[in-house]
Design a binder for this molecule. Structure first.
Ligand SMILES: Nc1ncnc2c1ncn2[C@@H]1O[C@H](COP(=O)(O)OP(=O)(O)OP(=O)(O)O)[C@@H](O)[C@H]1O
Ligand SMILES: [Mg+2]
Length: 407
């Protein structure tokens, strides 16, 4: 190797005040020539503000999650680091509240002591690898839902999709997922999930550049599942047009800070609509099972294609579909014929279930596990994603470790 062995070593920085943990970390990582292990002795409240993370691929912070000062110091530390390097927390105590707080701080993973060596290596390998390929933090996969007509079910399907994506991988830590309600005037996402909307556009508008990760964090609401939500409080009597720069800035920020982003779009075409659609990886138009709605859906497909050109292809989901054998209602073949290759599929009608979920502020699966709406949506949304997730890439750090152990 001409560039020398130093150049491609993976730097793991560990902050711990626990001699036993330090010893086991040295035993695990110290033997590998591929790992550049830096151990700082101390606590996050003492060392967090000055700890150097330069060149680190991953930082592991050993802390007492039951200690408020340590959690506050960790939060400051995360803000200082920004998007890179990823941080893993090792804690003694653990409960749902701790998990939620760590998730909100965007901790990449957490481990509960005593930690098995294999779990420590796996966690480090998983979070460190996201940089090894590209260099930049990964861009989100963006799923956008557009209505063909009012009340077609955009919000319902956007909420369920976000939940599916959040729980889409078999990994121990969930992919970070953000649901953004772009119906600034009559949003329903926060209500459907029983959350307090916290997006304050008026505060951002005078200086969109002020909107950074920290300010975004303040404007996010979190569902108990870990789903992050961007939604504004409703102002029914106010018709406001927001500066497209504000919206674009918001989009940039969410797409660089989350693995998955789901947009609930309004019916009105705003000046920022094109950029949202262009930035999307998947574009779904939600229609009802009526002739006028399908007609609108078809027109919208054509309009989007014309405006986006080579951009993402709009796919129509026909919601509240009922297959009746002997009736004059629309059949699947009618839908296929009308929509051609823009037809993605149907979602069954189950008003009692959807209404209960909305009224209780819960995802459908929590009201009725294994329900048909979620099952069908999973097929439509995750069909392609699940396949690409299944092909797991080799894990560089793990490979390096096993090489060094073998040699
Ligand atoms: N698959 C479904 N089966 C039965 N009812 C459904 C289904 N999907 C949505 N609904 C119902 O349709 C109504 C409208 O749903 P939703 O609010 O999701 O639509 P929307 O397109 O976001 O509406 P808006 O135009 O107001 O934003 C709700 O009462 C919801 O309960
Ligand atoms: Mg809606």
């Amino acid at each position: 190797m001409s560039s020398g062995p130093q150049s491609n070593r993976t730097r793991v920085v560990i902050l711990t005040a626990d001699p036993a943990f330090e010893k086991s970390a040295r035993a695990i990582f110290g033997v590998s020539s591929a790992i550049d292990l830096v151990i700082e002795q101390g606590s996050i409240s003492g060392q967090g503000d000055t700890l150097s993370v330069e060149g680190a691929s991953v930082v592991l912070v050993d802390l007492d999650a039951g200690n408020d000062a340590e959690m506050a110091a960790l939060s400051r530390f995360m803000t200082r680091l920004g998007e890179w390097p990823p941080v893993i927390a090792a804690t003694q105590t653990f409960d749902e509240g701790v998990a939620r707080t760590l998730l909100q701080m965007r901790i990449a993973d957490f481990l509960v002591k005593p930690i098995k060596p294999v779990d420590l290596v796996r966690a480090c390998a998983r979070v460190a690898k996201s940089r090894t390929g590209g260099g930049q933090p990964t861009e989100a996969q963006i799923y956008t839902f557009l209505p063909a007509v009012g009340g077609a079910g955009v919000t319902t399907l956007a909420v369920q999709t976000a939940m599916l994506l959040l729980n889409s991988s078999g990994r121990r830590s969930k992919p970070t997922t953000c649901l953004v309600d772009l119906n600034f005037q009559h949003g329903a996402v926060a209500d459907y999930l029983d959350l307090e909307p916290r997006l304050n556009l008026a505060e951002i508008e005078p200086r969109p550049d002020r909107l950074d990760r920290q300010l975004l964090e303040i404007m996010l609401s979190y569902h108990a599942s870990g789903l992050a939500v961007v939604a504004a409080p409703n102002r029914p009597a106010e018709m406001r047009l927001f500066d497209p720069d504000v919206v674009t800035r918001l989009l940039d920020l969410v797409s660089t800070n989350f693995d998955y982003v789901v947009f609930d779009m309004p019916r009105t075409w705003f000046s920022w609509t094109d950029s949202v659609l262009l930035g999307s990886n998947k574009l779904f138009i939600v229609s009802e099972t009526t002739v006028p709605a399908l007609r609108h859906a078809k027109q919208l497909v054509a309009a989007v294609k014309e405006r986006l050109g080579e951009g993402p292809k709009p796919q129509v989901i026909v919601n509240r579909f009922e297959q009746r054998m002997f009736s004059a209602s629309l059949r699947k073949t009618d839908l296929e014929q009308t929509l051609g290759d823009a037809f993605a599929g149907t979602i069954p009608n189950d008003y009692a279930l959807v209404r209960e979920a909305i009224d209780r502020g819960l995802p459908l699966d929590e009201v009725k596990a294994g329900n048909k709406i979620t099952a069908q949506l999973k097929k439509l949304i995750l069909g392609a994603t699940a396949e690409s997730n299944a092909v797991a890439k080799p894990v560089p750090l793990l490979k390096k470790l096993s090489f060094s152990a073998a040699s």
